[in-house]
Design a protein around this ligand. Structure first.
Ligand code: ZN
Length: 380
């Protein structure tokens, strides 16, 4: 038994909502203000720990169980049950999208990694739609998914984005596995992992190779009036939007632009741009389907190698180690992963294992932070 802290994770970060809330001349100001207030309320309620049931349960074949509830524009969770497995389709698009999106995410984790739902023990996936009035977010509360309708001026309905549903459910997977924190670098990794698996859910469902993906998170959420294409871009962090009301996408793509801030739990939705970009670079360099090789490395890292307080250095070292263990030390895959980290300013020294001796280990020159800590020791 261990205690796990759960976090309320919304796809729209506070830096966007705060900006909109402060614009009293904008029609979406009230919706953003209420969304922020309600998220603070939920965070207080959820800022507690619960006991994990332990990892002893027998592995069972994945079985999908979904329930969708309707909050009918109130703030009470979960609301009224409106559909579950094998029920007729609803006339309500948000109910169907929540049902289908959680199903696609379940299918992805089951087919690719053999995972039986969020907790790997067949946990029922609960979603609530029509939460609040014009609520501007989608979130994982620690227990369930919650979707707002959006204010309609800046944001459309939040069920419309499959990568956002994948992102939010992955917060649940993280909660039951690495149990990463939600502050500073461990929080940015928590956000990154949700984006990485969120984009893979979309790519897998569409049957897309890495090169065919838009690498955008929340591409369907912004209304045509907003100057922007999505909430985040993994291919080009910092370029997702630049709008008079939303402001400019603040994500860095390199360690030299790392943002030190006390806002947003230490910039968890901001600095996630750095690992996001490394993931994108590695996926493109490897080619083919992201989930087959890179996704496996990230999944093994998430489920077996991270401590809750892992920082970027620990994550980089784990992914490079696992790339070597799965695909060969000093092999192409491990070098691609290490090079992708090097390209965002997080260098890691490669030591090849004893089974593949080479005269000289390849080194990455750029090691700006805590280099000694990241250096791998040769295996004995
Ligand atoms: Zn998130």
């Amino acid at each position: 038994m261990r205690t796990i802290t759960q976090h309320v994770c919304g796809v729209i970060p506070p830096h966007i909502l705060t900006r909109v809330a402060e614009r009293t001349d904008h029609t979406a100001h009230e919706a953003a203000r209420t969304t922020l207030e309600q998220m603070r309320e939920l965070a207080t309620d959820r800022a507690r720990t619960f006991l994990d049931r332990g990892a002893a349960a027998k592995a069972e074949p994945p079985k999908k169980r979904r329930s969708v509830y309707d909050a009918h524009h109130a703030f009470k969770l979960p609301g009224k049950l409106v559909t579950s497995e094998h029920k007729p389709r609803s006339a309500d698009a948000e109910i169907n999208e929540a049902y289908d999106g959680t199903g696609a995410t379940f299918d992805f984790f089951a087919a690719v990694f053999g995972r039986n739902s969020i907790d790997n023990r067949g946990l029922r996936i609960d979603s609530t739609v029509h939460y609040g009035v014009q609520f501007d977010n989608a979130m994982w509360t620690g227990h369930q998914l919650v979707f707002g309708d959006g204010d309609g001026r800046l944001f459309k309905r939040f069920t419309s984005s499959l990568d956002v549903i994948g992102h939010e459910l992955t917060h649940g997977v993280t909660q039951y596995t690495a149990a990463l924190g939600y502050t500073g670098q461990n929080g940015a990794l928590n956000e990154h992992i949700s984006d990485a698996f969120g984009i893979m859910v979309k790519q897998y469902t569409l049957g897309q190779a890495a090169s065919a993906s838009d690498w955008l998170i929340g591409a369907t959420l912004l209304t045509p009036g907003v100057h922007g294409k999505a909430i985040r871009s993994m291919a080009a962090p910092g370029t997702a939007y630049d709008d008079p009301v939303l402001g400019r996408d603040p994500q860095p793509a390199h360690m030299r632009d790392y943002v030190n801030t006390s806002d947003d739990h230490g910039g968890v939705h901001i600095n996630s741009g750095i690992p996001n970009h490394a993931f994108y670079l590695a996926a493109i360099a490897l080619g083919g389907r992201t989930w087959e090789v890179l996704g496996r490395i990230w999944y093994v890292t998430l489920t077996s190698r991270l401590r809750p307080d892992a920082d970027f250095g620990a994550f980089v070292r784990a992914t490079v180690d696992i790339a070597g263990e799965l695909y060969g030390n000093g092999g192409r895959v491990q070098r691609v992963v290490a090079d992708a980290w090097g390209a965002v300013g997080i260098g890691v020294r490669l030591f090849t294992g004893v089974r593949n001796p080479v005269p000289r280990p390849a080194t990455r020159a750029v090691r700006p932070h805590k280099a000694a800590k990241w250096r791998r020791r040769p295996a004995h």
